[in-house]
Design a protein around this ligand. Structure first.
Ligand SMILES: [Zn+2]
Length: 403
C-alpha cells in the first residue's frame, strides 16, 4: 500500500527571498492568466483549445521574447506546471459526467502558489546544530530562491514527490508531498459503525456516541461582523483599509485552523475505533450550492436553506469525510457511502417507512411498531444497515467484523 502524505511548514524567508517568492508567484499567475485568456478566445471562436504541448511552446516564446522577458527570471518548471494545472482544469470543466467549474483568472495576492514538480531540485538541510554545537535552523533549498529557513514542526516521512509554496495573508508556507510504501495494514478493530450527520449534533454514531457541533465559526461570527463593519468605514485601498483587511483574513485563517483541528481529532477517534464507517452520500457540494436556485426556478425556502447551508459549511462535513476516508484506508479500514433516501423516515427496528414517523426534529416514533428513539440515532442505525447489506466489494475483508 502506498501512503501519500503532505507535510506543511511555515517558511521564514529573508526580505530578499520574500521578494523572489512574490516574483515567482507573480510569474506563475501571469502565465496562468495569459494562457487562460488565449484558451478562452480559442473557445469563443469555436476552434477547440490548445494542447498542453502547444501551450508549453507559447511559454518558451514568451520567456525568450522581449515583451515578457521577466518570466525568464524565475524557474520554468513552476510556470510549466501551472499550464499543466490549467490543462487539467479545462479537461475537468468539459468532463461530461461530472463537470467542474470553469477555471477563472487569478487575482494578485489571492491563493498565490508555486509548485515545484521536480523532487531532485529540492534539497533539505535538517541539521539542528552547526559544527561548533550551536543551534541552527533547518533549511530547504528552492531553485532560484536559495536556502530558505523553516521550522521543522514535525519530521518528514517518505520520499519527496513535489513541493508547493503558497502565501497566506502575509506568511509563506511550504507543503511537501511525500510517498512511502508500507505493508498492507490490518485494522485493529473489527467493528462497523453508521454515522448520521446533523446540525444539532455534528455526528451521531449508531452505537449512541454523539459529537457536538464545532462552534468555532459561530463564536467568531460576531467578531467578524464587527471587523467587517470597521472595514466598510475605511477608505478603500488606504493603508488602514489594507491593515483591516489583513486582520479579517487572519481571523478567517484562525477559525479554519480551529475547525480543522477539531475535525482531525474526531476523525482520528472514529477511524481508530471502527474498521468500517458508513456515511450518507450527501453530495455536500450540491446541497450547499443550491439554495439560491436559478432565475427560472428560484429556490424554495431560501432562508431556511441558507441557514442550514451555513451550518453545513460550518461543520466542514466534506473535510471530515475526506479525513475519515484516508485515515481508515491507512489503518486498513474502509469508508462506505450509501444513498441517503429515507434514512430518517425508516424505523430501524421493523423497517416501516413513513414520513409520519418523524413529526418532530429530534424524536423518532414508529407508527407501526411503536419504537421510540432519538431521531439521529435511528438514522445512524439505518445508515449502518444500508452500508452492510449493500454487498460492498471489499467488505469481505472484514469477515471478523460484526456486520
Ligand atoms: Zn417500527
Amino acid at each position: 500500500m502506498i501512503i501519500r502524505k503532505a507535510f506543511r511548514y511555515r517558511l521564514e524567508p529573508t526580505p530578499e527571498q520574500t521578494q523572489l517568492l512574490s516574483g515567482a508567484a507573480g510569474c506563475v499567475r501571469f502565465v496562468w492568466n495569459r494562457a487562460l485568456s488565449i484558451q478562452k478566445s480559442y473557445l469563443e471562436q469555436k476552434c477547440g483549445i490548445l494542447s498542453f504541448g502547444e501551450m508549453s511552446k507559447c511559454l518558451t516564446n514568451w520567456r525568450n521574447g522581449e515583451a515578457f522577458s521577466f518570466l525568464s527570471e524565475s524557474r520554468v518548471a513552476p510556470q510549466q506546471q501551472t499550464l499543466r494545472f490549467l490543462d487539467r482544469a479545462l479537461l475537468d470543466a468539459f468532463n461530461k459526467k461530472s463537470p467542474k467549474k470553469f477555471p477563472t483568472f487569478k487575482k494578485k495576492g489571492k491563493k498565490d502558489s508555486i509548485r515545484y514538480p521536480h523532487p531532485e531540485r529540492i534539497k533539505l538541510d535538517l541539521q539542528t546544530e552547526d559544527k561548533d554545537g550551536r543551534r541552527i535552523q533547518q533549511k530547504i533549498y528552492l531553485p532560484k530562491i536559495g536556502w530558505v529557513k523553516f521550522r521543522l514542526s514535525r519530521p518528514i516521512e517518505g520520499k519527496i514527490r513535489n513541493a508547493t509554496v503558497s502565501r497566506e495573508v502575509d506568511n509563506w508556507y511550504i507543503s511537501i508531498q511525500t510517498e512511502r510504501e508500507v505493508a498492507d495494514p490490518k485494522h485493529p478493530s473489527n467493528s462497523a459503525i453508521g454515522a448520521d450527520r446533523g446540525v444539532a449534533n455534528l455526528l451521531t454514531l449508531s452505537d449512541g456516541t454523539f459529537f457536538a457541533p464545532i462552534t468555532a465559526f459561530r463564536d467568531q461570527q460576531l467578531k467578524l461582523v464587527k471587523e467587517q463593519r470597521r472595514l466598510a468605514r475605511k477608505k478603500r485601498h488606504s493603508v488602514r483599509w489594507n491593515r483591516q483587511k489583513t486582520k479579517i483574513a487572519k481571523l478567517h485563517q484562525h477559525v479554519s485552523a480551529i475547525r480543522k483541528n477539531a475535525l482531525h481529532q474526531i476523525s482520528t477517534i472514529i477511524s481508530k475505533n471502527h474498521a468500517v464507517v458508513v456515511l450518507e452520500d450527501l453530495k455536500v457540494r450540491n446541497m450547499t450550492g443550491s439554495a439560491k436556485g436559478t432565475t427560472e426556478q428560484p429556490g424554495k425556502r431560501i432562508k431556511q436553506k441558507a441557514g442550514l447551508n451555513k451550518s453545513i459549511l460550518d461543520q466542514g462535513w466534506s473535510i471530515l469525510q475526506g479525513m475519515l476516508d484516508y485515515k481508515l484506508r491507512w489503518l486498513g479500514g474502509m469508508l462506505i457511502l450509501v444513498n441517503p433516501a429515507f434514512t430518517s423516515q425508516t424505523c430501524s427496528v421493523c423497517g416501516h417507512v413513513d414520513s409520519g414517523n418523524r413529526l418532530e426534529q429530534a424524536v423518532f416514533h414508529c407508527l407501526h411498531c411503536g419504537h421510540d428513539a432519538h431521531a439521529d440515532l435511528n438514522a445512524a442505525q439505518n445508515i449502518l444497515a444500508k452500508g452492510t447489506t449493500a454487498g460492498h466489494a471489499g467488505l469481505a475483508c472484514f469477515t471478523g467484523a460484526n456486520l
